[in-house]
Design a protein around this ligand. Structure first.
Ligand code: CTP
Ligand code: MG
Length: 377
């Protein structure tokens, strides 16, 4: 069975009122029309777009089964007709007609429609009306309309191709959907379950609802990091990206910024992407005396590459000396800058170990870090 689809995109979106027609707006990283086209392309071998060729072909580059765009007409019905005439030479068995302004086609809709066509020449998704309906004249209710048996018609609407082509060629006008043309000639059109997620982008507030439905939820992931470096005379002391005046620095292959190293490991840990040694092996001469800032920038890039963002980071430096608190604001500002986040998301604090252990004896500095990153599932 050869299944084709018509994607009508010739409207100008006057009710929405954006600069460009609403079907070309971007939701969840993709243009609305492309969401619609990709959902259809999973079910059809021919996809006929209708509207302004240049913007449509730009938006739909690479979509399976795409035919050259044909121009639309003054009404939606005219636009569908243009698509049907363009498909006629291919003589498909079934055609789906879909609004480019509906980016969500729930799974199950198209298979249910195709199955219904075994019995009937047409089938559409419909959602039952939930609100009480009022007929209103100049602000005054004149009637309460029973909602029993009332459904809201959605798209894609599915038809045996020959039946829909004949209905469009019959000369009827004023149809706001395709089912009504078959209904007018007494042909059976079935309803299959529609969905409240199948929203036609019509007014600006629809954009907010669609964003919510279509965006991938971000899941919090936590990571911890821990690092130690031993003091060494004659080296500068770098902590959390800031040079701190002190009588000795920390020994290490890079600049030995123990705070940044712990923070990087916390980020890699949250992403389950190993540790700092895996990304910057100490065996490689390139990283000798390296500015640890570049390690942190790399960790931030890994968060971005996963489509995520840093929720917060908390670093604790453990040493008797130097005093950290006077430098904490500069450290926070520097880390936030390297990570590309607000300073409110970063904490740097310090503690001593009451003169106990290697930090207590002043042999070195330890640091621990905890981060929370938000990443798509
Ligand atoms: N459509 C079309 N040709 C027309 C009118 C509409 O192809 N002459 C398409 C629209 O691009 C949309 C679908 O039909 O994908 C549903 O129409 P509607 O929601 O009314 O979109 P617009 O006509 O663009 O919006 P408005 O009525 O607010 O101007
Ligand atoms: Mg319209």
């Amino acid at each position: 069975m050869r299944i084709a689809a018509i994607l009508v995109a010739a409207g100008s979106g006057t009710r929405f009122g954006a600069e460009m027609p609403k079907q070309f707006l971007t939701i969840a990283g993709k243009q609305v029309i492309r969401h619609a086209a990709e959902a259809l392309a999973a079910h059809v071998s021919l996809l006929q777009p209708v509207g302004e060729a240049e913007s449509i072909e730009h938006a739909l580059a690479g979509v399976n089964g795409l035919l050259p765009t044909v121009p639309g007409g003054a009404t939606r019905q005219d636009s569908v007709r243009a698509g049907l005439e363009a498909l006629a030479p291919y003589a498909p068995d079934v055609v789906l007609v879909h609004d480019a302004a509906r980016p969500v086609i729930p799974a199950g809709t198209v298979p249910a429609l195709i199955a219904a066509l075994r019995e009937s020449p047409g089938a559409i998704p419909g959602a039952p009306v939930a609100d009480t309906l009022k007929r209103v004249d100049r602000g005054i209710i004149t009637d309460t309309v029973s909602r029993t048996g009332l459904f809201r018609a959605q798209t894609p609407q599915a038809f045996r191709f020959a039946a829909l082509l004949a209905a469009h060629r019959s000369g009827l006008t004023g149809a706001t959907d395709d089912a009504s043309l078959l209904e007018a000639s007494g042909q059976t059109v079935e309803i299959v379950p529609g969905s409240d997620d199948n929203i036609k982008l019509t007014y600006p507030e629809d954009l907010i609802r669609l964003e919510r439905i279509m965006s991938t939820p971000l899941i919090p992931r936590v990571g911890t990091g821990f690092d130690v470096h031993v003091f060494e005379a004659g080296r500068p002391l770098f902590l959390c990206g800031v040079q701190v005046p002190h009588d000795q620095g920390l020994a290490g292959h890079s600049d030995a910024d123990v705070g940044i190293h712990a923070l990087c490991d916390a980020i890699y840990g949250a992403l389950a992407e190993g540790d700092i040694g895996r990304h910057f092996p100490p065996s490689e001469a390139t990283w000798k005396d390296a500015d640890s800032a570049r390690f942190l920038v790399h960790a931030a890039e890994r968060i971005a590459a996963r489509g995520g963002r840093l929720a917060n980071a908390d670093v604790t430096l453990i040493c008797e000396r130097p005093k950290i608190t006077p430098h904490a604001p500069a450290m926070i500002a520097r880390l936030a800058g390297l990570l590309g986040v607000d300073t409110g998301r970063i904490s740097v604090k310090a503690t001593t170990t009451e003169r106990l252990g290697f930090t207590g004896r002043g042999e070195g500095i330890a640091a621990q870090a905890v981060v929370c990153v938000l990443v798509p599932e």
